[in-house]
Unconditional design. Structure first.
Length: 292
């Protein structure tokens, strides 16, 4: 006989998980701290996994705890929807996927990555952008399922994250139509107008600097930009020729506002989906990350 879930246990667990504090949860639920502790222990025994670990004075979710909270939120949200929409059709349980993305990453790449899940009624997408270090902290603490980046973080000895190469994009010289000399002389093209370059910390910039050194030229730099969206806008507004992956300016290339003036065959940008080692990986990730 299959054991049935005790929803009182689940409700108390959910309160503690969101508040991170037994005292506050007990006050909210109008019960004693010891009563909540007993209920959570019973839930852990039934599930077979610890749901919390203590960090200082706070209770922090384990990986199993984060998964349990996702389901608890879905269960109680559906209950609220049932009360509000009874007679208007059934509700479909939704799974949440929390995605972090480097703040400077191409928006076109991000939307392309999540495209298979866009519009699905059974999926809720939570998107967060920021610095890679901050996003990695969220990943290893089970608050994100995946981080999208075009660079990899420094690997420590105890690192538990896994990089998944998911795409590479050619890097080209892009500008307004008819800007620069006819294709064929790359050195002349790169010195005909000011350039809009990725910032010095970019892997693209490292390769580009090596290229112009080998050509023996010193191009004039109009702007150095670490935000791909801003680089795209500057190129579109005619601030100079942009050294950029084609995916960044995909819409402008399709509309004819920008055109590829030259290929840079030795320069490519790599994109990664970074996940943490999980005993319970999100099944939604299998739909987004190519399997070996």
């Amino acid at each position: 006989m299959t054991a049935e879930l005790n929803y009182h246990h689940l409700r108390y667990f959910r309160a503690v998980a969101h508040l991170g504090n037994l005292t506050e949860a007990a006050r909210q639920q109008h019960v004693s701290q010891s009563a909540i502790s007993v209920q959570i222990k019973k839930l852990e025994q039934q599930i077979g996994h610890a749901l919390f670990e203590r960090t200082g004075r706070r209770l922090v979710l384990t990986e199993a705890g984060r998964i349990a909270l996702d389901h608890a939120d879905a269960i109680f949200t559906l209950g609220e929807e049932l009360l509000g929409t009874l007679g208007e059709g059934g509700a479909t349980a939704r799974r949440e996927l929390r995605i972090g993305a480097l703040g400077t990453l191409s928006r076109n790449f991000q939307t392309g990555f999540i495209q298979p899940l866009i519009g699905r009624e059974d999926v809720k997408l939570t998107l967060r952008s920021g610095r890679l270090g901050d996003l990695m902290e969220l990943l290893v603490s089970h608050r994100l399922e995946v981080v999208l980046s075009n660079t990899l973080p420094r690997r420590e000895e105890d690192a538990t994250w896994v990089p998944h190469p998911i795409a590479t994009q050619p890097v080209n010289v892009v500008g307004r139509p008819a800007s620069g000399p006819p294709p064929g002389d790359l050195a002349e093209l790169l010195t005909s107008q000011a350039l809009i370059l990725p910032s010095a910390s970019s892997s693209i910039r490292t390769g580009f600097d090596a290229l112009v050194d080998s050509l023996g030229i010193r191009p004039r730099v109009a702007a150095e930009v670490d935000d791909m969206a801003m680089l795209r806008l500057l190129a579109r507004d005619g601030a100079g020729l942009a050294i950029v992956p084609t995916i960044v300016v995909r819409d402008e290339l399709e509309s004819g506002a920008l055109t590829v003036l030259a290929d840079l065959p030795d320069l490519r940008e790599s994109f990664y989906a970074i996940t943490a080692s999980r005993r319970f990986p999100s099944p939604l990730l299998a739909e987004l990350i190519p399997q070996p």
